[in-house]
Design a protein around this ligand. Structure first.
Ligand SMILES: Cc1cc2nc3c(=O)[nH]c(=O)nc-3n(C[C@H](O)[C@H](O)[C@H](O)COP(=O)(O)O)c2cc1C
Length: 401
């Protein structure tokens, strides 16, 4: 089955690429990722002066031993641009069909830095250049990173420096932060100065919490922490919302990033309108090989729906995202309980009793709905532990608008 897809004139053999981060720290790693089946990679962000990273720079939050949130205090690449240019050349000649995206960050006020890094990447053979306007730690306090993506003037100015330089011919893709009042506004200003695409989103600024035994924050760097970058599954709904907004306005082609751990997660981003999906944290937790499972899930999904190409369902879900005021006020749905499946756990009863309409009762250890009291909020359905409750539409859908 053909799962290839075009983005900005380039054919990707599948929609899955590595986001900039530890899995793309050097060419040897990217080579292994390509061999594992990733269609492309965004290199770890280049900066003029390579960085020295903090020890103990990661933290996670778990539920029942499953990591749902990740935080990092990692800076950019530890390798010089010159070493990277050589790596890109080698990678490109070994893998001509894989997509290599340069990622760069310069000083917000220094045109030459941005141009030099962009030209270096371009000459080495990258297919696109991503502008890191969105790293939330370390750089913003110096006016760079997400301080650029949070400032329309800086975002437009830097994008324009690159777009107005005749020597730069590869597509330019600013990578935006969700930590803004309106991501579309930043999207609009970079679109006005002719950015070719947008990547959304980077990690979101966060404080992970405390170790309640030592009373030290997580992660602790000699007892202290700072706001870091939140990623992983918990970020996905925020990323989906940003991508959905940007696909509509300004409408530049979007590469999605944020919280993708599976083929199903990626499919949701494609449904919302992003043809290419980037992954970082899931690879840090499960390795490059997850891409095979992602490809298989995508193929199964396409087979089930009889889609013959990824383009067939690109943005299909986007048509179902509306303004709140456009949702049908007369819509009604009520819970229906399958008593064969109910195990008497009382989740629904407790939630409805203390946070709903007191419309559920337990009889002989089984849940029953009092339809006179029920207002169809769906909380019982959401907390049901056995799938015994489903919401049944009790209304006639109007013809799709
Ligand atoms: C440890 C770590 C380092 C990262 N380094 C970079 C970076 O150098 N440049 C960049 O643009 N994004 C960087 N990111 C952000 C990721 O590319 C990605 O935007 C973010 O993690 C959300 O995707 P995910 O949930 O799949 O990880 C980093 C993320 C992590 C977790």
């Amino acid at each position: 089955m053909d799962i290839s897809i075009d983005y900005l004139g380039k054919r990707f053999e599948n929609p899955f690429i590595l986001a900039s981060g530890p899995p793309t720290a050097d060419a040897k790693m990217i080579k292994r990722a390509f061999e594992a089946g990733w269609a492309g990679a965004v290199i770890k962000t280049l900066i003029r002066e390579p960085v020295k990273n903090l020890h103990n720079r990661f933290a996670v939050n778990k539920i029942n031993e499953t990591i749902y949130a990740f935080e990092n205090l990692e800076l950019l690449s530890e390798r010089t641009p010159e070493v990277w240019y050589q790596d890109i050349l080698t990678l490109k000649s070994s893998f001509p069909n894989k997509v290599i995206i340069g990622s760069i960050m310069g000083d917000a006020k220094n045109r030459d830095q941005w141009l030099e890094l962009a030209l270096g990447c371009q000459d080495a053979g990258v297919d696109f250049i991503e502008l890191n306007f969105s790293c939330p730690h370390g750089y913003p306090e110096k006016g760079n990173g997400s301080a650029i993506g949070q400032n329309a003037e800086f975002s437009a100015r830097i994008t324009k420096w690159l777009k107005s330089e005749k020597k730069i011919t590869v597509p330019i893709i600013p990578k935006l932060t969700a930590a803004v009042t309106d991501i579309c506004y930043i999207g609009e200003v970079v679109a006005k100065v002719e950015a070719d695409g947008i990547c959304a989103i980077n990690t979101f600024p966060s404080i992970m919490g405390f170790d309640l035994k030592t009373l030290e924050p997580k992660p602790a760097i000699g007892g202290y922490t700072t706001a870091g970058g939140y990623s992983g599954p918990g970020l996905k709904p925020i990323a989906l919302r940003c991508v959905s907004d940007l696909v509509e306005n300004p409408g530049l082609p979007v590469m999605a990033c944020g919280g993708v751990s599976s083929g199903s997660d990626a499919i949701e981003f494609i449904l919302i309108g992003a043809p290419i999906v980037q992954v970082c944290t899931a690879v840090m937790l499960k390795g490059y090989s997850i891409v095979l499972k992602m490809q298989n899930e995508l193929k199964e999904f396409m087979k089930w729906h009889k889609f013959s190409s990824v383009a067939d369902f690109l943005h299909l879900g986007g048509n179902h995202i509306r303004q709140f005021s456009e949702l049908d006020q007369s819509f009604s749905a009520k819970p229906k309980i399958d008593t064969e499946k109910c195990n008497g756990c009382k989740n629904c009863f407790i939630s409805c009793h203390d946070a709903g309409y007191m419309a559920l009762e337990m009889r002989d250890n089984l849940a029953f709905v009092d339809y006179d009291k029920c207002r169809g909020c769906s909380l019982c359905y959401q907390v049901c532990s056995t799938g015994a409750i489903r919401m049944v539409e009790t209304y006639q859908r109007s013809v799709t608008k």
